[in-house]
Design a protein around this ligand. Structure first.
Ligand code: FAD
Length: 464
């Protein structure tokens, strides 16, 4: 690697080739804090520099792992000593904001939050939002097709991207920087890179679609007496809020109780005796009428006994306090150590049956284990947090088996929004057909014939 690093240093400058302790000081795993083990970290400052770096790597058959904000949760950024990490951290510019066509052009290393702020500065909004907003990057959001907390209203990252630019494994720059809502001129190539977790190309720039502002945010926490009422509430709000519902974040009692009463980390806004809780958020443009519509929808839900209790946030501080319960991943890590997290999707109607039988299976196999559940219920997405008191890989495999196996029969997915990475690679076939997986390998070979980009992530090596 030494000769290659010399060549790369000539491209990006010595200050942008990190080795030794500058590499190991980086944490590549948000959950475990595992250090970076890459042979070196390269920080290109432009698409041109990255293309030259990739040309050199391609000639040397050097495997490369792309680093964004390092908040991914499926070990997609892990790299071995024989791999080179390419970090987009110097490519953070917001290049242009066009309020007329509602587009924002950005370099891929820009943090999500800076894009949200740039959109707000021109009176628009960028719709993607998730707990890691301050650290995760637009390139990482694209590579993982991130979901987040507003999917029921605006869709996932895929729906926010109009165009992008990517550098292929051989250094070819594919510029597909479309700025229009409509463009059916041949294949929509950007889709190849969205959600392919850096295995087909390195995203360097993007054109994002902005949304009209929704200055009035109504947020509530409600308690639900049953799962049927929870799904009934989702339909009720769809009918009564005219499409303004943006978040429907369900917490099973186990989750709500753990983070409030049990751990003392948050004062419970509602007593923790109900089987289900939901954080609801509705986005509107006109405060008075939107606020009244939101309150009325909740009053009706109380009258119809869909919910047993509710609290509506009266200030931004109260809104933050409600969300803090749902977004308190640190609290889960502390209480459920060593923590095993799962991000699955399945038809909404099947969720409670799935959760109940998973709890029973865990109690059978791990009497001292513990499981709590929350999720973006409106999207059919559950986040399950489990501890069995052991970090042993065999224990992890056994729990994975319990979590993932029933999904195939239910038509669910082993990854709702976090991706496959290394963590779920061996379970891909539970959610994709053999033909789909074969086509994924064909695409990988076409774009990266030497398998250099994010080697062995998503697709198992023996298959391709
Ligand atoms: P990284 O972690 O750096 O990389 C993730 C993957 O993308 C890796 O495979 C990497 O190689 C690849 N990659 C990164 N940048 C590029 C690029 N420019 N080109 C090609 N490949 C690239 N995810 C959700 O979907 N919804 C949530 O609600 C959500 N909430 C989260 C909350 C917390 C507290 C945390 C820690 C994570 C959460 N995540 C969530 C997961 C994570 O934030 C997302 O997956 C995010 O999109 C990753 O962005 P990143 O820049 O940190 O990517």
């Amino acid at each position: 690697m030494d000769a290659l690093l010399k060549e790369i240093t000539a491209i990006v400058g010595a200050a942008n080739v990190l080795t030794g302790e500058d590499v190991s000081a980086r944490r590549v795993d948000w959950l475990t804090g595992a250090p970076c083990r890459a042979g070196a970290i390269v920080r290109p400052g432009s698409t041109r520099e990255l293309a030259e770096v990739m040309r050199a790597c391609h000639a040397a058959r050097q495997p490369v792992v792309t680093h964004g904000g390092l908040t991914g949760l499926v070990h997609g950024t892990e790299a071995g000593p024989d791999e080179l990490a390419v970090s987009l951290e110097r490519m953070t510019a917001i290049e242009a904001v066009d309020p007329v066509s509602a587009t924002l052009t950005v370099q891929a290393g820009a943090p999500l939050q800076s894009v949200q702020q740039a959109a707000e500065a021109v009176g628009l909004q960028f719709a993607l939002d998730l707990g890691a907003r301050g650290s995760c990057t637009i390139g990482g959001n694209i590579a993982t097709n991130a979901g987040g907390i507003r999917v029921i209203r605006y869709g996932m990252m895929r729906q926010q991207v109009l165009g992008l630019e990517a550098v292929l494994a051989d250094g070819t720059v594919v510029s597909s920087m479309n700025r229009m809502l409509k463009n059916n001129a041949g294949f929509d190539l950007k889709q190849l890179f969205i959600g392919s977790e850096g295995t087909l190309g390195i995203v360097t720039r993007a054109v994002l679609h902005l949304q009209p502002p929704t200055p009035d945010v109504q947020t509530a926490l409600v308690a639900c007496p049953s799962f049927e009422n929870l799904t009934g509430l989702l339909g009720h709000l769809g009918r009564h809020l005219g499409g303004s519902l943006a978040a429907f974040e369900a917490m099973w009692q186990s989750h709500y109780r753990l983070l409030t009463e049990e751990s003392g980390r948050h004062t419970p806004p509602l007593s923790p005796d109900a089987p289900f809780y939901v954080i609801l958020e509705s986005l509107g443009s006109e405060p008075q009428s939107h606020g009244a519509q939101f309150s009325l929808a909740l009053e009706r839900a109380l009258e119809d006994e869909l919910i047993s209790d509710a609290v509506i946030a009266q200030s931004d501080a109260q809104r933050q306090a409600l969300w803090a319960i749902r977004e308190d991943i640190e609290g889960l890590i502390q209480a459920l150590s060593p923590l095993l997290t799962f991000d699955v999707s399945l038809p909404i109607g099947e969720m409670n049956r799935y959760v109940t039988s998973l709890e029973a299976a865990l109690a059978r196999d791990w009497p001292r284990g513990r499981m709590v559940t929350f999720g973006h219920l409106g999207d059919g997405n559950l986040h399950i947090s489990i501890t069995v008191g052991s970090a042993d890989p065999a224990a992890r495999r056994a729990v994975e088996h319990l979590v993932y196996t029933p999904l195939a029969e239910l038509g669910g997915s082993v990854s709702a929004e976090h991706g496959i990475g290394l963590e779920k690679r061996d379970y891909l076939a539970l959610s994709r057909t053999p033909e789909e997986i074969t086509l994924m390998h064909t695409l990988k070979r076409a774009l990266d014939p030497h398998g250099l980009l994010n080697r062995h992530k998503v697709l198992a090596p023996q298959d391709g």
